[in-house]
Design a protein around this ligand. Structure first.
Ligand SMILES: Nc1ncnc2c1ncn2[C@@H]1O[C@H](COP(=O)(O)OP(=O)(O)OP(=O)(O)O)[C@@H](O)[C@H]1O
Ligand SMILES: [Mg+2]
Length: 249
């Protein structure tokens, strides 16, 4: 079980003057659900994700992961940022096994898992390669392989494909869906891109501008597995219009 339950969550940064980033956020994510968060710049998407990750503490309200209050980061919650934060001096393999190694996980456990994840992400031939020799898309794939090798049941993704070109971005979206279908992690995916949100997610939440609140919840009922043709269908465009209306609200 990897659920996320957020109830009446506020976050105020004690700067001068204080910044009320989030006010009264309610959000429930089921185990294995794929949730996308959409909203204008500065509405608190990253702040919300950082609190689920345990990097920031709520000012008020409840934030439970698998029924337990979040006090700190943990390996069951893997974070993927816009730029994969890889160790530049370590090979792809050493980057991917770094987490479990540091945690003292047995080699017999993490090695087959790392092999499998690198294979799923299409990186088996690049185990010995250094990050600097990889493309941006490949680096993001290493970042995802790394959190999956750590055994994270919850993936917290903050515009993970935002820095990629359009074509790479589309193949990363397809790849992510394949992995998700296979491993069924719980995903919270922050994006500015409505198409991306609708293509990937089971549920899209639209946030209001600061202080951020959940303004709308839209169920995305398109059949799975999804292929890119979906994004050109009439039903998809209809849904897109719904989201646009909510965002303009
Ligand atoms: N550590 C901090 N100290 C003070 N203010 C902060 C801090 N982190 C974020 N904020 C403020 O909180 C608000 C929400 O920021 P956040 O980064 O969560 O927005 P966002 O929705 O992720 O935006 P973007 O789409 O541009 O990434 C902003 O006004 C930001 O300036
Ligand atoms: Mg952000």
């Amino acid at each position: 079980m990897s659920t996320i339950d957020i109830l009446g969550l506020d976050k105020t940064f004690s700067t001068e003057p204080p910044v009320v980033a989030l006010k009264g956020v309610d959000l429930r994510v089921r185990s294995g659900e794929f949730v996308a968060l959409l909203g204008p710049s500065g509405c608190g998407k990253s702040t919300l994700l950082n609190m689920i990750a345990g990097f920031e503490q709520p000012t008020q309200g409840e934030l439970l992961v698998s029924g337990q209050p979040v006090r700190q980061p943990g390996p069951e919650r893997g974070v993927v940022f816009q730029e994969a934060a890889l160790f530049p001096w370590l090979s792809v393999w050493d980057n991917v096994v770094f987490g479990p190694k540091v945690q003292g996980v047995a080699k017999s456990v993490y090695e087959p898992r790392a092999k499998e994840m690198l294979s799923i992400m299409g990186l088996s031939a690049f185990e010995k390669t250094l990050p600097v020799q990889l493309s941006g898309g490949m680096r993001q794939r290493v970042g995802i392989a790394r959190v999956l090798t750590m055994g994270s049941q919850i993936l917290l993704m903050d515009e993970p494909f935002g820095a990629l070109d359009a074509q790479t971005r589309l193949s990363m979206q397809e790849l992510l869906l394949t992995v998700w279908q296979q491993l069924k992690p719980t995903v919270v995916f922050v994006t500015h891109d409505i198409d991306e949100a609708l293509f990937l997610a089971d549920t899209v939440y639209v946030m209001s501008s600061r202080p951020g609140r959940i303004q709308a919840r839209l169920e995305v009922a398109f059949e799975r597995p999804r292929s890119l043709e979906l994004t050109t269908s009439a039903a998809f465009n209809q849904m897109k219009l719904e989201v646009l209306k909510q965002m303009r609200h």
